[in-house]
Design a protein. Structure first.
Length: 272
């Protein structure tokens, strides 16, 4: 099949980096009572060739929370997710999953332990049916009964997906493809769902619906780590957020504090 690639991905993150925290409001309150992080970055640096992309990034994602990563174009957001999943290897620093350093572990190892990604542009296998795309999300699982149970849960969450099970994924609308991509990611039974710009390319009327679906997944107890350009929408849902600027975390705070930060858009997100 020569469709878009797209295996479930994993990723991970964390880290409150005191040196990079500029906001004064107390951050990370929401994370404190949540036990140990599932995913962490400890002083992560990445390079593409000689180009230094992520610079001493520290992040942490705790069970059940919703956090977002904001940043202007080319600030390193997708690279962060890819590094969490093991698609990009850091030059220095540690990617930590449940306390274990996983720098040398493949993406499949991370997926099996509960980290999955809905990639940028969804990346469905467009020539395969919706049903086949969903099945592929469970490619590391053998529990047939559990797989069937999860499929039914996804059908009830996304009735539109159920109506289109035999349709080729490439013929679906953007909003429908997003639902299939989320369903496929859920088939891996994630504890943390990484999402790379879930509202990108969706008609404006679908953006709100899409965020409602993300919130619904979060309500099931799954932690969400969301990269978004839509800062207001993402922060209105999230507990906490980080802002990346040319590969560095320049803000690390509660979502409320970030929403109230008058400099957020102009100074940090490169907006006019
Ligand atoms: N495979 C690669 N090889 C070389 N450079 C890359 C590669 N992938 C990304 N880059 C560069 O790394 C930088 C960060 O890219 P990244 O995709 O992480 O940014 P981003 O914040 O997700 O951007 P966008 O908002 O456009 O999605 C960019 O300058 C990009 O051109
Ligand atoms: Mg990106």
């Amino acid at each position: 099949m020569n469709d878009d690639n797209n295996s479930p991905e994993v990723d991970e993150t964390d880290g409150a980096d005191a040196e990079t925290v500029e906001a004064s409001a107390p951050a990370k309150d929401t994370a404190k009572d949540k036990g140990n992080p599932i995913l962490e970055f400890r002083n992560i640096n990445t390079h593409y060739g000689a180009v230094h992309i992520l610079k001493d990034v520290n992040l942490a994602i705790y069970p059940g929370e919703m956090v977002c990563l904001l940043g202007g174009n080319a600030s390193g957001k997708s690279t962060t997710l890819k590094t969490l999943l093991g698609m990009v290897t850091p030059t220095t620093g540690e990617v930590v999953l449940d306390g274990e350093v996983v720098n040398d572990k493949p993406t499949s190892y991370r997926v099996e332990r509960g980290i999955t990604m809905v990639p940028e542009n969804r990346r469905l296998f467009k020539r395969l049916s919706v049903a086949e795309n969903l099945q592929l999300g469970a490619y590391l699982r053998n529990d047939k009964a559990g797989i069937q149970e999860d499929l039914e849960r996804i059908y009830s969450m996304f009735p539109r997906v159920y109506e289109r099970l035999s349709q080729k994924a490439g013929t679906l609308s953007g909003g429908e493809q997003q639902m299939v991509a989320m369903g496929r990611a859920l088939m891996a039974q994630p504890r943390v769902l990484l999402m790379d710009e879930p509202s990108m390319g969706l008609a404006p009327t679908l953006v709100q619906t899409n965020f409602e679906l993300i919130e619904q997944i979060h309500q099931e107890g799954i932690a969400i780590f969301m990269v978004e350009q839509n800062a207001n929408m993402a922060l209105s849902l999230a507990d906490r957020g980080w802002v990346l600027q040319t590969g560095r975390v320049v803000l690390d705070d509660t979502a409320d504090a970030l929403l109230a930060n008058p400099d957020l858009r102009k100074s940090y997100l490169g907006e006019a």
